[in-house]
Design a binder for this molecule. Structure first.
Ligand code: BG6
Length: 472
């Protein structure tokens, strides 16, 4: 287990690897969606992306030169098991051996995520996360990874962002399978957490393999006022946005109040008594937190459940406006998530709120005690173009500086935060947003052979890490 503070960057397989059909890889849902769906509104794919599959050596060299000592990445499940279950593709297995070896040779401690949304299409065709068999298939895939890479990798993550991904898949409907149905969302959510627990149980059968956690997109919740109605809205928002992932992962149970509330309107019969022991035995060692924004909420007023997705980068896209208030999410009878008229937002409606970093770290310690925490993603997505061959991304430097200062403040107060990863290492495929929304410390020129150009933030981060390590 790592002792020194980890400074790194993060990526995910589908967003950067490319090589979508090479060396025996099977199809993922994102291959199919990006090729075929009319809902792929930016009309681009991850077929080549950053070509990280072929250029990882060069990328690791750049990251190491940038002072990083860790790298967070994910494994493409359909590269290893093309149909999701059954036959293993040795070429895929060997690829990640070389990939991880190279990372380690460059002094980057691997932080491995087993699932970052590229579900094998063959499983999606049988119901995907709505089918409990997917959870068992995931546990088999996880076991294969533990067996193959367990002597090299010591930081493991089961699932990246169950909430954000499933809400996009089954509430906003902008991710495949592009559904808007709360009942189906609940079933898929339950099975995803069940899969994480099954994988953790597999993990415990291995020795000297490090520790395992889950990555949650955790939104610290702020209410518009202190009224009793608003306190209820805050509590419910916290269950819906955070607790069902983090409580279940760390305590082994879903928040009772949430289950009772949902049971009044939905069928929760899929929550089986016999699964309780699996959730309890499958708790995890740490939380990885992806922090992008807080949640600002008020009591529910009117209308059906909705979740806005802004994939165009046009501020206010798809919000539901009531009496001049922009609502980005409505959870009927529970709360509304709104835009703060005083808040600072990106063009994709991500609020910039560095204090939330400090608040969430304190909150997590209060909730779960002294468990290890990592900030596994934090970053700013904006449109950028080089000027005279340079990218002076001062806005990103400010963003990172403010968020890291908030993290270090919490750390100085004894919070057990063990690492920080910028999203992202280099510009990559930003899901339905396509390539317009750039997050990287390193610019990728997608029109010119995927040329890499380190941005001002890359040099700033390097200098920051150096000063931190020198104790300045
Ligand atoms: C997280 C994901 O939700 O945030 C990443 O783990 C994602 O995969 C990142 O790219 C930023 O979100 P987006 O939609 O702006 O790419």
């Amino acid at each position: 287990m790592a002792k020194k503070f980890l400074w790194g960057t993060a990526t995910a397989s589908y967003q950067c690897e490319g090589a979508w059909n090479e060396d025996g890889k099977g199809l993922s849902v994102w291959d199919v969606f990006s090729h075929e769906s009319p809902l792929n509104i930016n009309h681009v794919t991850g077929d080549v992306a950053c070509d990280h599959y072929h250029r990882y050596e060069e990328d690791f060299k750049l990251l190491a030169e940038g002072g990083h000592n860790s790298y967070r990445f994910s494994i493409a499940w359909p590269r290893l098991i093309p149909n999701g279950t059954g036959e293993v593709n040795r070429k895929g297995v060997e690829f990640y051996h070389k990939f991880i070896d190279s990372m380690i040779a460059h002094g980057l401690e691997p932080n491995l995520t087993l699932y970052h949304w590229d579900l094998p299409d063959a499983l999606a065709r049988k119901g995907g996360w709505e089918n409990k068999e997917t959870a068992y298939a995931f546990a088999d895939f996880a076991r294969l990874c533990f067996k193959e890479y367990g002597n090299k990798v010591k930081i493991w993550v089961t699932i990246n962002e169950p909430k954000y991904s499933l809400f996009s898949m089954y509430a906003a409907g902008n991710y495949p399978p592009n559904v808007q149905d709360t009942q189906r969302l609940m079933v898929a959510a339950y099975n995803t957490m069940f899969a994480s627990a099954l994988a953790a149980i597999e993990f415990r059968t291995f020795k000297d393999i490090g520790h395992i956690g889950i990555v949650a997109d955790y939104d610290p919740v702020y209410g518009v006022d202190d009224s009793e109605e608003c306190k209820f809205a805050v509590r419910m928002a916290d269950h819906v946005l955070n607790g069902w992932v983090t409580d279940t992962a760390i305590k082994g149970t879903f928040p009772r109040e949430l289950v009772d509330t949902l049971a009044q309107r939905f069928d929760v019969g899929f929550m089986k008594d016999e699964d309780k022991a699996i959730f309890e035995a499958g708790t995890l060692d740490f939380l990885g937190i992806n922090y992008y924004f807080r949640a600002y909420v008020r009591p529910y007023t009117t209308g059906e459940c909705m979740l806005a997705a802004n994939n165009t980068g046009k501020s206010g896209a798809n919000v539901s406006e009531v009496d001049g208030v922009q609502r980005t999410m409505v959870a009927k009878g529970m709360f509304e998530r709104i835009k703060d008229p005083e808040g600072i937002y990106t063009e994709w409606d991500f609020e910039i709120f560095p204090d939330g970093m400090y608040a969430l770290l304190i909150e997590l310690r209060d909730r779960y005690g002294d468990i290890p925490l990592y900030i596994t993603e934090n970053g700013l997505g904006i449109r950028e173009k080089p000027v005279d061959g340079r990218i002076d991304d001062d806005a990103r430097v400010d963003f990172l500086d403010q968020h890291i200062q908030a993290l270090l403040r919490a750390r100085s107060e004894g919070i057990n935060v063990c690492g920080y990863y910028v999203w992202s290492a280099f510009d990559l495929y930003s899901w339905v947003n396509g390539y317009d929304k750039r997050y990287g410390l390193i610019y990728v020129d997608f029109d010119e052979g995927n040329r890499r150009i380190p941005k001002k933030s890359y040099y700033w981060y390097k200098n920051f890490i150096r000063k931190f390590e020198e104790g300045k």
